[in-house]
Design a protein. Structure first.
Length: 447
């Protein structure tokens, strides 16, 4: 990670860390690095519903136009919609203004290459170098060479694409949609209604400040209540930029990314469509997911936490399916990034194809109890070479045996070491985590 780019673009508190001045610089640098700056060069821009989107969009577009590159404004659209339309419209690059599931005061700017994939590290490194230099050294064309702004009404094109990925009508299904007052608020109801579903739609009235507030994929209890109170067949909850999905079955049980990944992997394999009979997941995937995939004779490649790492491994191994427990699922046979609405369509399509309710489909996997505790530390990487912590970790791994596992890792964004354990015996997990956390805290902890 560089000074500006983190694991998922540039993020910060809007108008404080992520200022319009910074957005303008990112627009100039992005337009310069990612395009040929010829008259046909263009970048598409989308945003979620948070109030600071207008502020940052205006500055970002000004930066793009100032380099002589055209800007195509998509308006409010899910992040994966920007990725898809960047490639579909043959643009040089795409930009999404969103902080995903974060609170309204945060925002972010994420770039996509012309092929719809997130930028590779070496391109972000080049942008970092230009950001560190005097941005005024970049070209400043005049007259007819200045970039133009176009409003691109392409939401219907994205809806058409999404609807083309399913095989079955949804007539007869009652679905609850929780749109998190975010980017899914318009598109998700329109799409599922087109496919014939009976809908109960909640949190689809964005006002600029209510995005992700006590709703969406980070608050699954809300859609749980709605499913149970309406007698719906399934509940689907998205996050603010609609790149994640958490589902709820008709009995009110949460179906997270591990379950969704398992269900879709099994379905794709049964159709002969799961390339290499393999999926990609992260170290945080539940042990139950790994066992379920072993039962289905599906190979699992495990990566570090983060959709960037999942995608890298998928492209290395030619896998078409990968994802995270958080509900960020990638169907590489359809698109180039995680897409919550696409994932919802694929999950419901499996229900229709098999004529089985989600509560029955989820029985293929047993969720093992999972405990996670965070320790604030002085040096988040020091645990790796600390003899006492390593010795304690070996002891706890032995205590859990083959039926459980324990994982220690540092946070990607905070001075925190995370200790996670899972297995069939919750009391044993609690004891193992407590002992190991005590050692980490004694060795590295801060008051």
């Amino acid at each position: 990670m560089g000074k500006w780019f983190g694991t998922d673009g540039v993020r910060g508190v809007a108008n404080c860390d992520l200022t319009p001045e910074l957005a303008y610089k990112l627009g100039r640098v992005g337009a310069y690095v990612l395009t040929a700056r010829q008259p046909s060069s263009r970048i598409v821009i989308g945003k979620d519903t948070r109030i600071s989107g207008d502020l940052l969009e205006t500055a970002l577009i000004s930066g793009i136009l100032s380099v002589g590159v055209d800007a195509m404004r998509l308006g409010v659209i899910p992040t994966p919609g920007v990725a898809y339309l960047t490639k579909h419209l043959r643009a040089d690059a795409g930009v999404m203004i969103s902080a995903s599931h974060n609170p309204v005061e945060d925002n972010g700017i994420k770039f996509f290459a012309g092929d719809g994939f997130k930028l590779p590290d070496h391109i972000e490194d080049e942008m970092e170098r230009w950001m560190s230099l005097a941005v005024d050294e970049l070209p400043r064309p005049t007259g007819a060479a200045v970039g133009r702004l176009y409003d691109e009404p392409a939401l219907g094109t994205y809806i058409d694409f999404l609807s083309s990925t399913v095989q079955h009508s949804m007539t007869g299904l009652h679905i609850v949609l929780d749109c998190a007052n975010g980017a899914a608020s318009e598109i998700a109801p329109a799409l599922f209604e087109r496919l014939g579903a009976k809908l109960t739609v909640i949190h689809a009235a964005p006002d600029g400040v209510n995005i992700n507030v006590a709703c969406g994929s980070t608050h699954p209890h809300v859609v749980q209540r709605a499913v149970l109170s309406t007698g719906a067949d399934v509940g689907l909850a998205f996050d603010g930029d609609a790149d994640r999905l958490i589902a709820v079955d008709q009995s009110g049980e949460v179906v997270d990314g591990d379950f969704i990944l398992a269900i879709c992997a099994k379905a794709l394999k049964s159709r002969g469509q799961l390339v290499g009979d393999r999926v990609v997941s992260t170290v945080m995937s539940n042990l139950g997911f790994l066992k379920a995939m072993a039962d289905e004779q599906i190979h699992v490649d495990v990566t570090s936490v983060g959709d960037r790492y999942v995608m890298e491994r998928m492209r290395e191994t030619s896998a078409i399916l990968g994802g995270e427990q958080s509900g960020h699922i990638i169907f590489l046979n359809h698109t180039t990034t995680g897409d919550g609405i696409l994932t919802a369509l694929q999950l419901v399509d499996v229900m229709q194809d098999t004529q089985r309710q989600l509560a029955e489909l989820r029985q293929m996997m047993r969720r093992y109890p999972q405990l996670l505790e965070n320790v604030r530390v002085s040096d988040k990487t020091a645990w790796r070479n600390n003899p006492r912590i390593q010795a304690a970790l070996e002891v706890e791994v032995a205590h859990l045996g083959e039926e459980g596992r324990i994982l220690v890792r540092e946070s990607g964004t905070e001075p925190i070491v995370r200790v996670m354990a899972e297995g069939p015996d919750e009391l044993l997990l609690q004891a193992c985590v407590s002992r190991l956390v005590a050692v980490v805290r004694e060795e590295l902890g801060v008051a």
